[in-house]
Design a protein around this ligand. Structure first.
Ligand code: TLP
Length: 345
């Protein structure tokens, strides 16, 4: 099979030989009975990292977010969320289908909301309105180009949420990236949210797996819904072992992905017709506009593929690149050469 430089997403990483060894040697049991020691130790480890009472291992980031939403709400409630966020746009309408809850969307600055915007969106106590129950934040923000939530903003939002008796969920699919980029520990971000979801299958390079964390009572509810949604797994220690390995060995190296992303962004800026703000590339996601190149984003993606590089056309004019474990510094230079060849620099 032809090997591509795959910049479409950090979800495409393949387990390393050492990770596969850890998986092969994992001690397992039936996790639906709570008897898988490897799953239990992953859950304890992530709860500790996030400073929460408990955590629950689930197959995907989508399930982690949807379990949180289901556990925090009743049908007819409303969730305040940023309009380009993952839970609203890319989870197949799960919130409406599974929780019977609606979203109130607000446009943020690269996905980041301020407390005053949220305050304005909270519904008054009037029986005409749905009742605002939950606020969802995303850190880093995927469609915001990997933007990091400033901790101070999270703290202000959390104070607002508490003062109104609401609940805060953090989609931390890439919280690890925020943490490595800023030096702020995952738990320092997580302390301001009632629940947090995190993914092992993105920059950390595990093949499968996410967790949702929060209080013991919250996790009890989420556990019941995990069963209901079909997410109760049996000898899941095989995949949990990959997650433990990833947390132990692939966390610090995220910095390399951030440096590669920065290199890509600065070099892309030199290409005529590419519109990009390298200073906005804070982590491993690069978003840019190619309207002025005369090519559409799908056309550019097609041409890049012919050069051995896979990229993601977000829409007609925008491209997303994501750096990760399987993208080396040399791959970045090769990808840049392909961009230059196609866009005639
Ligand atoms: N994001 C994927 C796609 O679904 C867009 C990607 O390639 O970036 N929260 C955030 C912020 C995410 O970016 C994703 C996945 C999820 C949740 C869902 O995780 P999975 O794919 O494990 O369900």
């Amino acid at each position: 099979m032809k090997s591509f430089i795959d910049l479409r997403s950090d979800t495409v990483t393949k387990p390393t030989p050492a990770m596969r060894k850890a998986m092969a040697e994992a001690e397992v049991g039936d996790d639906v009975y709570g008897e898988d020691p490897t799953v239990n130790s992953l859950q304890e480890k992530v709860a500790r990292l996030l400073g929460k009472e408990a955590a629950l291992f689930v197959p995907s980031g989508t399930m982690a977010n949807q379990l949180a939403i289901k556990s925090h709400t009743q049908p007819g409630d409303e969730i305040i969320i940023e309009s380009t966020s993952h839970a609203y746009n890319f989870e197949g309408g799960a919130t409406a289908a599974l929780s019977g809850v609606q979203f109130y969307c607000i446009k943020g600055d690269r996905g980041i909301l301020g407390a005053s915007q949220i305050e304005e969106a909270i519904r008054p106590a009037d029986h005409h309105f749905p009742s605002t129950k939950l606020i969802c934040l995303e850190n880093t923000h995927n469609r915001g180009g990997g933007a990091i939530y400033p901790l101070e903003k999270v703290r202000q939002i959390s104070n607002l949420v508490n003062s109104k008796g609401l609940t805060l969920h953090l989609d931390g699919a890439r919280l690890w990236n925020a943490s490595i980029a800023t030096g702020i520990k995952p738990g320092e971000y997580a302390q301001w949210a009632d629940s947090v979801s995190v993914c092992l299958s993105k920059g950390l390079g595990a093949p499968v797996g996410s967790l949702v964390a929060g209080s013991k009572a919250f996790i009890d509810r989420a556990h019941r819904f995990r069963k209901m949604f079909g997410g109760g797994m049996r000898q899941a220690g095989i995949i949990a072992a990959a997650g433990i390995y990833a947390l132990d060995h692939h966390m610090e190296r995220l910095d390399e992905d951030h440096r590669n992303a920065n290199r890509l962004a600065r070099a892309l800026k030199e290409i005529k017709g590419v519109s990009i703000h390298p200073e906005h590339v804070e982590t491993n996601i690069i978003l840019f506009d190619i309207t002025q190149t005369g090519l559409s984003a799908p056309q550019l993606a097609e041409k890049m593929k012919a050069e051995g590089v896979l990229i993601h056309a977000v829409n007609r004019n925008q491209i997303r690149l994501v750096t990760h474990l399987d993208v080396t510094h040399e791959d970045v230079e090769k990808a840049l050469t392909a961009f230059r060849n196609i866009l005639h620099v």
